[in-house]
Every structure is written in C-alpha cells, then in structure tokens.
Design a binder for this molecule. Sequence first.
Ligand SMILES: [Fe+2]
Ligand SMILES: [Fe+2]
Length: 268
Amino acid sequence: MIFAQLSDPHVAASKTEFHDLYGTQQMLEKALQVATDFTSTPELIFITGDLVNSGSDAEYAILKNILKDIEIPVYLGIGNHDCRSSFQKAFSHLDYIPQNGFVQYAVEHKGLRFLMLDTNIPNKPQGELCADRLKWLDDRLSEKPDMPTVVFMHHPPFITGIKAMDDMGFLHSGEFAALIEKYSHIVRISCGHLHRSIQSTVGGVSTTVCPSTSHSVMLHLEADSQLATTNEPAEIQFHKWSSTGELVTHSYGTSPHKIMWKLKGKRY
Ligand SMILES: [Fe+2]
Ligand SMILES: [Fe+2]
C-alpha cells in the first residue's frame, strides 16, 4: 500500500512575495498532479502543515479550491504558518477535522494507523505539544498497541543542524522522545517545516522530513544563523507499506523529467 506525503505548500495569494517568487499555488497543483498520476497510485495523501503562508481566510479559500477535485482522500495537518481557527472554519466540511481544540486525529487504512499531531503555537514559529496534546498522543498510542502506527507532525522533534530553523524548532523534544520510547508499534514519525529531505531517529523511531512542494530552505550547517530559500527542485514523498511490516520512503521530484536510458533485453 502506497501513501503520499506533501508538505509546506505555503499557498499564498497572487501578487505576494512568496507567490511571485515560487508560484506556490501552481507548485501545489503540480505536486498533486504528480502524486495522483504516479504509476503506483497512492491510496491516501497527507499534507504536513504550512498549508498556507499567512493563515488568512483568502488563502484557505484558494487551498480549498485547489483540493476540491482530488479523488484520493487527502488528510491535512497544520504548521506554524497556519491559523488553527481559520483552517477549521474553511475545512469544517471534512469529518476528520476536529472543530474545537487541536487539529489532532487518527485515521486507519489497511492495517496501518496514522496519527496527525498539531504542533502549532499561535503567532510563533516554534512548535510544541502541550500536556493536553501529549496526553492525546499517549492515549491514542496506548489504545491500539498492536497496530503499526505512523505519526505525522509539522515540526521535526530533533535538532537538524540548520541553526536558523532549529531556532524555530520543536520545544520540549526530550519529553516527546520519552513518550515515543514507551511504545514499540510506531513505524515512523514524519514531519515538514524544514523544507528539505532529512532523516534522523527519535526515541528509537525512524524520523523523516518531507520537503516543500514549493521552496527549499538553504542547507547551511555552520554555527551561525542564515535563513534563505533556494530553487532546488521540489519533491514529494511516496511511502510504501509492505505486508511484511516495512515502511520505505522514496522522494520524487515534481519537475517534468523523462527516461534517458533504459535496459533493452536481458543484462544477465
Ligand atoms: Fe514551511
Ligand atoms: Fe513551518
């Protein structure tokens, strides 16, 4: 079973800096097209936050319009650029989105369970899971300990080495890692926010970051803080869950590309 992950589309209105630089609306449309046209069609699509750039009602209206004809079920999570209440209002027609409190929910599909977390702190770039949100996660993890579970969250709960982004990273990561360590059925934690493909381990669990459908954050691993975005090719991710219980992740460019060489006949 394949499910796709897109992240950080930062949908912005026309004639704004980010939209003019990157064409955020068209980049998301292109990413969705690539996901839905993929030869092994994903059964679900998750978008892990920073859905829009400033959290305005107008941006959510544009996002809603972009998503309206997608036939594959799409599950949305929020990031620091989102506004929880505006998002809940715009997507109140979607059953799985809680209309009060945090945007956290569980989805099950073909033996796999997905938990979407809400790391948003209103008007701050950092992320956190307060006591209530951590308890929700603990409760969900403890209620189905035999069901392989993927945890989605916007802010990666580890230090990435990109100082400018770590300064606006996930708070209280030690507490989160201690909770994760209690369980043995979490097959992946997958995030956004960093606008790059990154892998690490948190509480003994493989933890990955899906790049943005739009702009990349410059890779700067020195001690000083430099924040810039680049035009590296945008990517989405395909996660393949096998019946043997393995989850493998592939990053895939959304720019047009073609086969340049192909084996003809048998090599061996
Ligand atoms: Fe972002
Ligand atoms: Fe973010």
